[in-house]
Design a protein around this ligand. Structure first.
Ligand code: DX5
Ligand code: ZN
Length: 219
């Protein structure tokens, strides 16, 4: 198990009416990344926000902005997300016919490039771009909504991707249904970054909810 498990609260479960304060609160509570779920109502059946909102919350924290684009197409919008303050930009393999080019574009913008796989997508889909990614994001729910149950079949996939990564310097992030009951299995399977939306924001005390996650993971 990686000893430095990073926690990335998803602001999808935050109170949008006070988003800046929510970002500051999870920063102060000791999170590692801020996970930002961008949805377009087309690639996924839900709609969230875009670059202007990200730009608004950028001054609230110095933590890494981990921007998860659930949009199709993503390529025409990459520069907008880079300009808004993203540090990591993750695109979905299922939404991009020219994935190799998108990843190259993200790196040329000086950002970390991520690729995400839906639960039904096999890891072979990213085999040919492994040298172009800084982060692999395994969806452990079907993307679109917070608060769903973890899909157990993804644990084996996480293990296989950890083996694929080998000595490459690539973050392996898992997103969806991660809570105090599932986090240990996720970390044991080889993830070194976990997204947690409802598990962090469900309570009022984010020091406690993030602490509970770290304790449950055993890190
Ligand atoms: C789902 C999003 C996730 C989601 C996680 O489409 O990508 O980041 O917010 O929420 P929880 O942790 O509640 O499953
Ligand atoms: Zn996400």
């Amino acid at each position: 198990m990686p000893s430095d498990l990073k926690i990335a609260p998803s602001i999808l479960s935050a109170d949008f009416s006070r988003l800046g304060a929510e970002v500051e609160a999870v920063d102060n509570a000791g999170c590692d990344y801020i996970h930002i779920d961008v949805m377009d109502g087309h690639f996924v059946p839900n709609l969230t926000f875009g670059p202007p909102v990200i730009q608004c919350i950028r001054p609230c924290t110095k933590k890494i902005f981990d921007v998860h684009l659930m949009i199709d197409p993503a390529q025409p919008h990459l520069q907008s997300y880079a300009d808004a303050g993203a540090d990591i930009i993750t695109v979905h393999v299922e939404a991009d016919a020219h994935l190799d080019r998108s990843l190259q574009m993200i790196r040329e913008m000086g950002k970390k490039a991520g690729v995400s796989l839906n639960p039904s997508t096999p890891e072979t889909a990213i085999k040919n771009v492994i040298d172009k990614v800084d982060l692999i994001l395994v969806m452990s729910v079907n993307p679109g909504f917070g608060g769903q149950s973890f899909i157990e079949s993804q644990l084996e996939k996480i293990r296989r991707i950890r083996a694929m990564i080998g000595d490459h310097s690539i973050d392996l992030e898992v997103d969806g249904g991660v809570n105090t009951k599932t986090i240990k299995a996720v970390a044991n399977a080889g993830a070194n970054v976990v997204v947690a939306g409802s598990a962090v924001f469900k309570g009022d005390d984010y020091v406690k909810t993030i602490g509970d996650l770290r304790a449950a993971a055993g890190t």
